[in-house]
Every structure is written in structure tokens, then in C-alpha cells.
Design a binder for this molecule. Structure first.
Ligand code: UDX
Length: 446
């Protein structure tokens, strides 16, 4: 099938490359010429495992990038909207989705054959059927269900794992305005044999997406609430508490007489210095603001956000408890993105801590294996040095703050043994075994 994709972020570019990988003819559209040039020259514009291989394999065969949206839409039968939906002024900003819908509407005006418009961007329930539908019908003079179809087909791609998540989906949710559109979407995904396809209406598909992210975020904040309590009680390690929960057979069921399955979701039942990223914070807040539009208090999701916003501050509190003054200390901040294997620093707890440390005039050695350049664009601290490796970052510092779970950070006990064995380690991700170092404080351990 011929598919045009509007937006070349981690969702648009990964979706485009993976759809071309399974045999579709894909044209990715972006308004930024610089991005188009890089993509067409196989230069990855996002940090995603597997992108470069797919670019080299498919570019100029059945994948190409362009900034000519109209031509791309006219030369395709499906157009996927995968542009950003940032959270601004206490609500989700869908202006980029509306612009894309308007341009697609204009482009299909002359078309004779049925065109399917897919909303893959995360939009609140009702957006596709009420707002996007109206824009496309107005711009094209066409009728949804007759001349064009509307589908809401959410993505469940984790940054850093997006190619893998697309190529090995756990579910495919297809919201649609009509049967013809649903059939076309099912056909687009028909190479994914045996994957559960859930067919529904557009607003249900929109809410499934938000509910999915809100559930995962709630598990993290739930764990952090219990972690904060266990610290106050004393003599408890939250890791032991949660380990006791993981063995609930309704969470980790037995298979056969003595084997059990520990589902990946239990890794979200983990306390730490907070969740971040371009999805969880924005999606939970968007759902809260939509609930409030219906006069619902959304108290649980508000608590999820409140708890999360306090977690990065705990890293500073622990520093303040261990040093009379922060004025002349030097700390290593390990992990700048919101999680490992990505360079995305949006809503990163690490950047919140760095900004907070600026108030205390603390010197910082900052290190992240892949996010240094992105982080630099978002940090104004004067007393910060960006280090290129872990050893350099933790040399001659008074404290080490572990902010993301990069595997290499578990080597810290060996590295400090020789020249800085008593350095304070503040473990925001609980990756270091406390008994392997002499001066350790971990979130959720008191
Ligand atoms: C998330 C959803 O997982 C994905 O399905 C959706 O499409 C987009 O939003 P993403 O934000 O990229 O993906 O990454 P994810 O790995 O889920 O991390 C989100 C937050 O959860 C991070 O702050 C991370 O630290 C935390 N996390 C992640 C955990 O606490 N435990 C984990 O096992 C993984």
C-alpha cells in the first residue's frame, strides 16, 4: 500500500521505516528541509536502536522523505498523522495535528479514490471524530465514511525500543469511522500474523492510549508513595517490600508446578527519582484536564503527578542532609535523559535536579552515554562540565547522583574503590548494592 506519514519524530520516522520494512511504499513528510536531507542521506535524526539499518536498507527503494505534503498525500491511499501533541497552558496542544489535517484535507480534494486518514498522535478522546473530522470535511468538501475514512490508531512505542516495539507489537488498536476504513487498516497490518487486533471506535482507541500510559505512570507513583512511607518508618528497604508484592500469584502466576512468570510490568512497580519523557507526564496531565472539563476531580491521576513531581527533589534533600553547605561541593550527575537508551531529555528528572542545584551554586560533572548534546540545549548552569565517560565524571567529586539505570553505572563500586572509596552515592534508581560501597543512600532505603 502507498502510505504518507506526516511527522518524522520517533513515532513518525519509526512507523514509516517499519511499514516500509514490511513491504509498504512509504513517504515521510516533514516541514523541516534539514531533517528531510538527513533522512534521505541515511543520517538518523533521532536516537533509536535499529533506525540506521532500516534507513540504509529501504531509502530510495520503498521509503523516501519529502517536505511536499500535498504531493505525498496525492501519491498515497493512507495518510498517517504522527506529529507532536505537547502539553501547554494546562491542556494538550493539538495545533500541529489540526494543521496536518487541514493540509491533508486540501490535498485529497481532487482525489477520486477513497483516502484513509490515520491519527497516530496521542489526542484526547473525541478529537478525531469531532475536531479532525470537521477540518478534513471542510477543507476537502468531502464526507467522512463516503469519500475518506478516519482512523485513530495509537502507538505503543517506547523511546529507545521503538523499532522493536513496532516490529513485535503486543496489540494493534484500530479505531475507525466506518467498515471500509477498518478493513484498510487491518490490511495495512496484515503481515503481523497472530497479533491481537482490537477493532473499536475512534474515541475508545484514544482513551485506550491514555489509559495505558496512565496505568504505567500510576504504578510508578504508587511505588514511590510506599517508598516515601517506608523511609519514614525506618528499617525498611522498598526493594524488599516490592519484591514481596511481585510474588503475588495474581501478578506473577505459576506455570506448571514450580515455575512462574514475572511479567515485565513489575519493572514499573519500582520506586526512584521519578518518571519523565514526552509521554507519561503529558498524557496523565491531558487526561486530568479532560476529566476536569466534565467536572470530574481526577484525584487519583492528580496524585500520580504530585507524587512524581516531588521525587527529583528527594535527591537534593539527601544531599542537603549530608553536607552542611552545598556551596562548594562538586557532584556527578549520571544520566541526563529521562531514561537509558534514549537522548530525549523532555521532563527528565535529571534536568530538574540540575536546575535545582543551580540555586545552590553547586559544581556539576554531567554524564550521559547518548544525551549530552540534547541536555546541553536545555541547561543554563554555569558550573557544569560535560564528561565523556563515567570514570571522568565521578573522579574527585563529593557525591554521585544516579539518575537513570544505564547498565554501565553498576560498575561504580569498582571504579571508586581505588581513588574515592568514601564518596557519597545517592542512588535514584537503586542499581547499586548498598553493601558494595561505604557511603550509600538510596531512594526508598532508610
Ligand atoms: C511510554 C510507554 O511505555 C509507551 O508504550 C508509549 O507509547 C509512550 O510512552 P516511553 O515514555 O518512551 O514509552 O518509555 P518507558 O520506557 O515506558 O518509560 C517511561 C517512564 O517509566 C520513564 O521515566 C522510566 O524511567 C519509567 N520506567 C520505564 C520504569 O519505571 N520502569 C520500566 O521498566 C521502564
Amino acid at each position: 500500500m502507498k502510505i504518507s506519514i506526516i511527522g518524522t519524530g520517533y513515532v513518525g520516522l519509526v512507523t514509516g521505516l517499519c511499514l516500509s520494512e514490511i513491504g509498504h511504499d512509504v513517504i515521510c513528510v516533514d516541514k523541516e528541509i534539514s531533517k528531510i536531507k538527513k533522512i534521505n542521506n541515511c543520517v538518523p535524526i533521532i536516537h533509536e536502536n535499529g533506525i540506521t539499518r532500516l534507513l540504509k536498507k529501504n531509502i530510495n527503494k520503498n521509503f523516501i522523505a519529502t517536505n511536499n505534503l500535498s504531493k505525498a498525500v496525492k501519491n498515497s491511499s493512507i495518510s498517517i498523522i504522527a506529529v507532536g501533541t505537547p502539553f501547554r497552558n494546562n491542556k494538550i496542544d493539538i495545533k500541529y495535528v489540526k494543521i496536518a489535517a487541514k493540509q491533508i484535507g486540501r490535498a485529497i480534494k481532487e482525489k477520486k479514490e477513497f483516502h484513509v486518514i490515520v491519527v497516530k498522535s496521542t489526542v484526547v478522546p473525541g478529537t478525531t471524530d469531532k475536531i479532525i473530522k470537521k477540518i478534513v470535511e471542510k477543507e476537502s468538501g468531502m464526507k467522512v465514511g463516503l469519500d475518506f475514512g478516519l482512523s485513530m490508531n495509537p502507538e505503543f512505542l517506547r523511546e529507545g525500543e521503538a523499532v522493536n516495539d513496532f516490529m513485535y507489537p503486543d496489540r494493534i488498536i484500530i479505531g475507525s469511522s466506518d467498515v471500509q476504513t477498518e478493513r484498510i487498516l487491518v490490511k495495512m497490518y496484515n503481515l503481523f500474523k497472530g497479533v491481537k487486533i482490537i477493532k473499536t471506535n475512534n474515541q475508545t482507541a484514544e482513551l485506550i492510549k491514555y489509559t495505558s500510559n496512565s496505568l504505567l505512570a500510576s504504578l510508578i507513583s504508587f511505588s514511590n508513595e510506599i517508598s516515601n512511607l517506608s523511609e519514614r518508618i525506618g528499617g525498611i528497604d522498598i526493594k524488599d517490600v516490592m519484591n514481596g508484592i511481585y510474588y503475588d500469584k495474581r501478578i506473577s502466576p505459576f506455570i506448571g508446578s514450580n515455575k512462574r512468570v514475572f511479567p515485565p510490568i513489575i519493572s514499573y512497580l519500582e520506586s526512584g527519582c521519578g518518571f519523565g519523557g514526552s509521554c507519561f507526564p503529558k498524557d496523565v496531565k491531558a487526561l486530568i484536564s479532560q476529566g476536569e472539563m466534565f467536572n470530574l476531580d481526577m484525584s487519583l491521576l492528580k496524585a500520580v503527578i504530585n507524587i512524581n513531581e516531588n521525587q527529583p527533589k528527594k535527591m537534593i534533600d539527601i544531599l542537603k542532609r549530608n553536607f552542611k553547605s552545598l556551596e562548594n561541593i562538586k557532584v556527578a550527575i549520571l544520566g541526563l535523559a529521562f531514561k537509558p537508551e534514549t537522548n530525549d531529555v523532555r521532563e527528565s528528572p535529571s534536568l530538574k535536579v540540575i536546575k535545582n542545584l543551580n540555586k545552590y551554586n553547586v559544581s556539576i560533572n554531567a554524564y550521559d552515554p547518548v544525551a549530552k548534546n540534547e541536555a546541553k540545549k536545555n541547561i543554563t548552569n554555569k558550573k557544569i562540565t560535560y564528561k565523556n565517560n563515567l570514570k571522568a565524571a565521578i573522579k574527585n567529586v563529593d557525591a554521585i547522583l544516579i539518575m537513570t539505570k544505564w547498565r554501565e553505572f553498576s560498575d561504580i563500586p569498582n571504579i571508586i574503590k581505588k581513588n574515592n572509596p568514601d564518596v557519597l552515592i545517592i542512588d535514584g534508581r537503586r542499581i547499586i548494592k548498598p553493601s558494595t560501597v561505604s557511603n550509600y543512600v538510596g531512594i526508598g532505603l532508610s
